[in-house]
Design a protein around this ligand. Structure first.
Ligand code: PHE
Length: 448
């Protein structure tokens, strides 16, 4: 039996906030709104919520239960539940994927920090779209700046993780997550009171069923996996710090509700703002770093709104990157028996270096892989391939190898009546593997 972790969350609220912090990230703010707007508005939202309930929540419960089972890191969680098998390689894959995601996530997080300080100094005020595009261009194409801000973001991530589960991750989540909600609500109010904003909100939420096609459903499923961090070892790791008295099914529902709530609220900020200023709906970095600051600056109290916006995005990104680093730290720390501080420093340093090609992706010397810049290539490798493979292996393991019976017993421990248990078994054994199988095949064939 591999060494167990002795670290535990201090409270249910702390655990839920930390896990919600992992789920709520850049994905909610720049991917969900544009995806929903482009793919059927309210129709997409309904499909998304359905996938959350049928696939996302049961898969989240499965990973949390697997983690709590032996209080072990993702690699040993597999190894302990099926000793002697090769399943621990599924954990290794998840850890590698987490590290790779963090390597470029930190680069984007760095851009956000750069914009945060810029907005504080008033450096974004009075610029039109062309001016803002030039600022963004300078930010990402200047090698020194790109690497510097990537390093600052990684350092912040390290600082939180080095504090430990309870005194680092949990404590910071308890501060940052309520802050995030307040910032979101302030921005929502600000945007929805703009002239013409309501039309955008209605457009965002009105179902356009013709736009909801099969590839859209597949994309929505991929977004649920990215947002929940499924198949990356994050939920196994956070689950391993849970006490047996914790009600996992209930906690999973809270986390899912928070994550979906923030995604929808972000949509209700971004889309109506675009409408109010008559701009086209598009996603990606352009939305975050060019369009949004341009819009926010044009509002009354624009400088404050811009600052609050980047503060919110930085907060969301940091609590996600923390969970990614914690996966690597959990595995490395327990395997090497190193103290947390040393493990976290070593892991952050390695990932900092690994992220440098992503930081340099948009510079003159940036590497290209298969016609994509390095950052997009790593993003695509992890989100389109490693994430569904990791998710599929994990769910097959829980449903069929560890077994739905023992997994269900773990879920029932600490839970006051898990009434949807039969549905959970059905989902974990059949629905989720089928959904992930379809995603993988379409991705590999280049259809979706
Ligand atoms: N869920 C985070 C987001 O939406 C990113 C993330 C992915 C975090 C995978 C953990 C694991 O931005």
């Amino acid at each position: 039996m591999a060494p167990q972790s002795t670290e535990r969350w201090g409270s249910r609220l702390g655990f839920v906030l930390a896990t919600a912090g992992s789920a709520i990230g850049l994905g909610n703010i720049w991917r969900f709104p544009s995806m929903a707007a482009a793919n059927g508005g309210g129709g997409f939202v309904l499909i998304y919520v359905l996938i959350i309930l049928l696939v996302g929540v049961p898969a989240m419960m499965a990973e949390l239960a697997l983690g709590r089972r032996g209080h072990s890191n993702p690699v040993d969680a597999f190894g302990d539940a099926q000793p002697g098998g090769r399943w621990q390689w599924a954990g290794v894959l998840a850890m590698v994927a987490s590290g790779l995601i963090l390597s470029y996530y930190s680069v984007v997080g760095g851009w956000v920090l750069a914009y945060l300080t810029r907005s504080l100094r008033g450096g974004l005020a009075g610029l039109d779209a062309v001016g803002l595009a030039a600022v963004f261009d300078a930010q990402v194409s200047e090698p020194g700046a790109a690497v510097w801000w990537h390093a600052v973001f990684m350092l912040l991530t390290f600082a939180v993780v080095a504090g430990g589960v309870k005194d680092g991750i949990e404590r910071w989540s308890k501060v940052l997550m309520p802050g995030l909600v307040v910032l979101l609500l302030v921005l929502l109010l600000r945007v929805l009171t703009l002239e013409g904003a309501m039309a955008g909100a209605i457009w965002f939420l009105t179902p356009r069923w013709a736009d909801v096609t099969w590839p859209v459903v597949i994309q929505a499923t991929g977004q649920v996996f990215f947002s929940f961090g499924l198949g990356m070892g994050v939920l196994i790791t956070y689950g391993s710090y849970l006490n047996r008295s914790e009600d996992i099914p209930r906690a999973a529902v809270y986390v899912a509700a928070a994550d979906t709530g923030v995604a929808l609220t972000a949509g209700l900020i971004v889309i109506p703002a675009l409408f109010a200023f008559g701009l086209p709906v598009q996603g990606g970095p352009g939305l975050l770093f060019v369009t949004m600051p341009g819009l926010l600056a044009r509002m009354p109290l624009g400088a404050v709104a811009t600052f609050l916006f980047f503060l919110m995005v930085a907060t969301a990104a940091l609590t996600s990157s923390v969970s990614l680093l914690e996966v690597v730290v959990a595995v490395a720390g327990q395997r090497l028996r190193w103290p947390r501080l040393r493990t976290a420093a070593a892991a952050a340093a390695v990932l900092l270096v690994l992220g440098i090609p992503s930081a340099l992706a948009q510079t003159e010397r940036g590497w290209q892989i298969a016609g994509r810049d390095f950052l997009s290539a790593v993003d695509s490798l992890t989100s389109d391939l490693l994430l569904p493979v990791g998710g599929l292996l994990t769910i097959l393991f829980v449903g069929w190898v560890w077994g739905a019976g023992p997994a269900l017993a773990e879920l029932r421990t600490g839970s006051r009546g898990f009434r949807t248990a039969p549905l959970w078994v059905f989902s974990v054994r059949l629905v989720i593997p089928a959904a992930l199988g379809v995603i993988l095949v379409t991705r590999l064939l280049g259809l979706g």
